[in-house]
Design a protein around this ligand. Sequence first.
Ligand code: GLN
Length: 247
Amino acid sequence: MGAINIYHLYPDHLNLYGDRGNMLALCRRAEWHGIKVKIIAVNPGDPINFSNCDLLFMGGGQDSDQKLVAEDLKGRSREIHQAVEDNMVIFAVCGSYQLLGHYYTTARGEKINGLEIMELNTEAGKSRLIGNAAINCFLWDPPRTLVGFENHGGRTFLGPGLQPLGKVLYGFGNNGSEKTEGAVYKNVIGTYLHGSLLPKNPWLTDYLLKKALEYRHQEIYFCKLDDSLEEKAHQFALNLAAGNRHK
Ligand code: GLN
């Protein structure tokens, strides 16, 4: 039986539009696959040992919360960088995704420095980019769709060497102009998609669990699950996003 430790970073500060549901989906699918999961909630100031972390999850946050957690992350930067280079899995949504880059400049002109794990920068625009979204995600060949909900003022621009997570089918994605969404570096995935994202994109949940097991060189025996309900939810959200396309 596999076993993984999931660290939930700053659950009281980073949790927008159902992000916590991602944790529930990870736990439930892990249980269905026979993987033992331990959840460790990490709050600012808590002593964390990243050497025990297999999968780190961070949700979205408002500018004020991003500022607060960025301070705390600063002191942990070296340790997180080392774990990322060793292939620890990170899944970061929206505000946390922005914090994986060099900086995020808010609409008030405040510059919040990020972890610099990914070659990206974010600047707030004049309007917020809001709505249901769908992307063609490059983690699979052929690509699979991911559906979610986005609400961000920041426009994120990726450096030339950084792979986007996918191509926008419906919605705004990284910046509303380049049709890219999210970013992938090693086992680190950043995305603007809330939702919750994982319950209605079960292939991404399994992808993250598989990468976390691989990171610890554990055997992977995934069960064939009945995903008919999840697929229905996926299709429903895809139709919603498609209905937004002229807005
Ligand atoms: N505060 C950030 C922005 O508006 C992130 C928001 C979010 O996490 N949804 O761009």
